[in-house]
Design a binder for this molecule. Sequence first.
Ligand SMILES: NC(=O)c1ccc[n+]([C@@H]2O[C@H](COP(=O)([O-])OP(=O)(O)OC[C@H]3O[C@@H](n4cnc5c(N)ncnc54)[C@H](OP(=O)(O)O)[C@@H]3O)[C@@H](O)[C@H]2O)c1
Length: 243
Amino acid sequence: MAQDLNGKVVIITGASSGIGAAAARMLAERGCKLCLAARSVEKMESIAAAAASEALVIRADMTQPADIQNMVDRTLERFGRIDVMFANAGIFIHGEFSENDINDISDMLRINVEAVMRCAQAVIPAMKAQGAGDIIVTSSVAGHEKLHRGPAYGASKHAVETFVNALRRQVSEDGIRVMSLAPARVANELWNLTDADEIEKVSVGDQHYLKVEDVVEAAIFMLTRPRRVTIRNLVIIAKQQDV
Ligand SMILES: NC(=O)c1ccc[n+]([C@@H]2O[C@H](COP(=O)([O-])OP(=O)(O)OC[C@H]3O[C@@H](n4cnc5c(N)ncnc54)[C@H](OP(=O)(O)O)[C@@H]3O)[C@@H](O)[C@H]2O)c1
């Protein structure tokens, strides 16, 4: 039987824009209680104010381990449990690797890889005690293919895929599912696409980009499978994207 998300407590990292902001809106519509985490507090406050459900806003910089622990502790204090960790925050550095600033690459690895691991490790004790929980990570098609646009970004997402696949086997006996959702291009802030007409044109018109809603619907599909089923890796691509 499909799982009902009503009343589930969900932490969303990277909740201030793009996929995370859409997840906040769409999971609130399904009755989830939310912890929205990112650095842009004002943006998250307006998302929380418009949300159809209770939403706690936490400033958390994914490069700061104490912020990640604080995000988890405050969610447990407020809601008493954590059903879903949606480790979604990430940045995209592309272009010629030889010209990338290696310190920016280092930050990207901390956000895209290390923070995902810290988020997972911080919620596993509560999920084990509950006997259930879901960890879902926003990966990328770049974690499945060797795309030439961003070698280090692709490496970060391949790392996430390996982490998800291996961690899943360590915690499955505890009732915890670990999953990765890997979109190709999504029309949102990451590509500086914010105009609704432009987003419609590149997604529904040209079909070269997904919409954020397509990605969140896939996440909801994964989260609502019966608990005996894990959608371990899901790749989602706009119909006309050549990847
Ligand atoms: N858009 C695409 O084409 C695409 C395709 C495949 C995969 N993805 C993945 O999707 C995920 C979400 O990205 P998006 O597409 O929604 O892009 P986005 O709109 O740029 O959102 C990125 C989110 O990550 C947060 N973030 C960045 N640095 C952070 C830090 N140091 N600490 C905390 N939060 C941080 C941002 O919040 P603050 O700046 O407020 O902190 C923002 O909420 C990423 O993991 C990305 O790799 C995106």
